[in-house]
Design a protein around this ligand. Sequence first.
Ligand code: RNT
Ligand code: ZN
Length: 418
Amino acid sequence: MTQQERYMAAKEKYAAVGVDTDAAIAALKEIPVSLHCWQGDDVTGFDHDGPLTGGIQTTGDYPGKAATPEQLMQDMAKALELMPGKKKLNLHASYAIFEEGEYVDRDKIEPKHFAKWVSFAKERNMGIDFNPTFFSHDKVKDGLTLSSPDEETRKFWIEHGKACIRISEYFAKETGVPCVMNIWTGDGYKDIPADRMGPRMRYKESIEQILSEPFDKNLVKPCVESKVFGIGVESYTAGSAEFTLSFAASHEGCLPLMDNGHYHPTEVVSDKIPALLCFFPEIALHITRPVRWDSDHVVLFDDETKEMAKEIVRNDALGRVYMALDYFDAGINRISAWTVGFRSWQKALLNALCTPNQELKKLQDENRMTELMVWQEEIKTFPFGDVWEEYCRQCGVTADKSWFEDIRRYEEEVLLKR
Ligand code: RNT
Ligand code: ZN
């Protein structure tokens, strides 16, 4: 059978259960997913020489890591060629690009320091998302930034946040696509604190000051990301789940951002998505793969990833959920890490779009739970691979793993020569 014949057979099989695969493919092409620049250089950035801090860590020393803006862009461009679907670029403030000999501290960065990234994004028709960088910097005092008891420290980081709002608005104006600006800090304590509320009150006031910077709410979408713990901050984080959720709920225009590596291991973000959608007009996600902890492994087409995508699709929330990938593996080829993760999330979305959601909901509402189980199991062996292949064909990328040949060659010709 040819690829087209296989697709036609699959299409018929799905149609019999009420799924229009052509419509699913068409819908997926319009959904932007944000690709994080930081997988390309192990979250190093260009504005400092020190180590990665803030309770996060990359492990591994695979050769060929990007060390300059040009290399990072070249690598990302390579990865983008191998992924189907609509992409957005996700940047951190630490990826500012300075002129030869220039250095500007984070409280003073300006749109012009990101002009090269804007050209990169515009050439590829991508919007841009942004993140102030509250880590890997000597003004992180005793592990704290926005929640620090030291006023000078807080002031510096508030100014950084405000500068990032201005840069986010610039991104939105330049690309014509709203910019999601995510606030995450690793602020917290390794051991049992004596004051849990004080840091949170300071954190709250600091974020409020950042958001007092004037901006167009249609162009900039500020978010607050929670986290249960980090390396070296095991006992307490100021930006806990309850803190960020309550902050977003009580500050109009601020979105909650859930990273699925940031919860206790038996909690699942797939269940949290529909809970938040009951209350928030828009929410944001960091999609990752936690292995026993917030290990930021490459996203795979696994059960929980599928379930998260299903919750977005079946609740008709594709237009309400900003999706971004967030992981960093330094132990494997970084371009392949980008590609596998992005393709996996695309698969999860397509799989969700090819699920007979209405039929399944009906079985649940009629309390036909036995049939629901039978149906959900049946769907698992439907010819999804043939629909994926057709989607990739229409997007002009290879569906099977032969794209890796491209990366292997690139590794030999470019990465290993660095
Ligand atoms: C850290 C958070 C945060 C970072 C990025 C680099 O645990 O997930 O989102 O991964 O900002
Ligand atoms: Zn994250």
